[in-house]
Design a protein around this ligand. Structure first.
Ligand code: 13P
Ligand code: SF4
Length: 369
């Protein structure tokens, strides 16, 4: 029986513990009609309710595969958009707090990318010479732009493979919005740093000379993650003097020096898998978001593995943390009462084009294990 939608105000002041019980009860009432997908950065009091967890690539594959009527995405806005684009038309993608955005994704927008494309056409024919590649951390209209212009989406776990695909199409790449992921992935392919200049969207012609653009292999959009920019190579070097046998693992959103001084670099799923498969008794320094590091530090303690956080300051994805038990309880109770709240719906034309770019990515990257 449908009851009237309940406003969030009634949940805002609930204690965390009370929310846990209400989440569990609403979850049980919904049964298989709902699936809760959680990104690895999600806070512990939400993560414990996940049906499925993963990095961005794994979550997008899982969203495409589920048959649940409601996909409740405990992540950030672009992830719920991808779930909407890849799921079936009658499925509903939901973000429990609409303020859970990604500050990096906001560093590129359609008007700036279209302007870049126009400005690039003063130097060369971009639709002949450049494959646009958007990191999955971007709005759906940028994925649609890539779909329309022969481009593709990548994630942190397939970026090198996607660059290989892109160079198979055209001689250059415009990579947005994360310069660090683009630089590290290009470097892994053997592209010299001087052939990967930074495109500053706030400068005419990206702040670059026409001959720099003609020579470039990858134009790196001037964007970054505010969480991963906190990790510095000095943190790695100091730790290595204290723990010469220790191992360092970083997310590729960290800067080039941090990645270059790490033993392993990869997505959140890769970081967890690498430490899980490591020998008992190993010690790790991890350059990624704090919720994930705290969780795996606890998980691997019984194996005698010591997992430490790279930065001396707290580096949390504050937007991801907006999905709290209060918002999850509010969302699930409304769904159980027959009311959809916070649906993420990408307009059909945009979704169709974005799906082309996402499908190219899924076809070009390895299936998830
Ligand atoms: P992953 O795809 O590695 O989970 O990364 C997503 C992200 O936003 C990292 O900041
Ligand atoms: Fe975006 Fe950075 Fe948060 Fe990842 S950690 S979701 S890139 S703001």
């Amino acid at each position: 029986m449908q009851v009237a939608a309940v406003a969030f105000d009634r949940f805002a002041r609930l204690q965390d513990d009370a929310c846990q019980e209400r989440v569990a009860a609403a979850r049980a009432a919904l049964g298989r009609r709902a699936v809760i997908l959680c990104h690895h950065y999600q806070r512990a009091d939400v993560y414990r309710h996940a049906d499925l967890t993963g990095d961005s690539l794994k979550l997008s594959r899982l969203a495409a595969r589920t048959d649940a009527e409601y996909i409740v995405f405990c992540g950030v806005h672009f992830m719920a958009e991808v779930a909407d684009i890849l799921s079936k038309p009658d499925q509903v993608s939901i973000l429990p707090d609409l303020n859970a955005g990604c500050s990096m994704a906001d560093m590129a927008n359609l008007s700036k990318v279209e302007r870049a494309w126009r400005e690039l056409s003063e130097v060369l024919d971009p639709d002949q010479a450049i494959t646009p590649v958007t990191y999955i951390n971007s709005a759906a209209d940028l994925k649609a732009f890539c779909g329309e212009h022969g481009g593709i989406v990548c994630t942190s776990s397939n970026a090198t493979k996607i660059l290989e695909w892109s160079f198979g199409q055209r001689e250059k790449v415009l990579f947005f919005p994360d310069q660090h992921l683009g630089r590290w992935s290009g470097h892994k392919m053997g592209i010299p740093l001087e052939d990967m200049p930074v495109w500053d969207p706030d400068e005419p012609l990206g702040g670059l000379a026409p001959e720099t653009i003609r020579k470039a292999r990858i134009l790196l959009w001037k964007g970054h993650c505010s969480v991963h920019q906190m990790f510095q190579v000095s943190h790695v070097l100091r730790w290595r003097t204290q723990h010469p046998d220790g191992l360092v693992i970083s997310h590729p959103e960290c800067n080039f020096e941090v990645c270059g001084n790490s033993d392993f670099v990869g997505s959140t799923e890769y970081i967890i898998r690498t430490i899980r498969e490591a020998k008992p008794g190993t010690r790790w320094l991890v350059g990624t978001e704090l919720n994930l590091v705290n969780r795996i530090a606890e998980e691997f303690k019984p194996d005698g593995k010591i997992v430490q956080f790279m930065a001396p300051t707290v580096c949390m994805c504050s937007t991801m943390a907006r999905i709290d038990p209060q918002h999850l309880a509010w969302t699930l109770e409304n769904l159980a009462g027959g009311n959809v709240v916070n649906q993420i719906k990408v307009p059909p034309h945009e979704a169709g084009l974005a799906k082309i770019a996402l499908q190219r990515m899924l076809d070009a990257s390895q299936p998830v294990d």
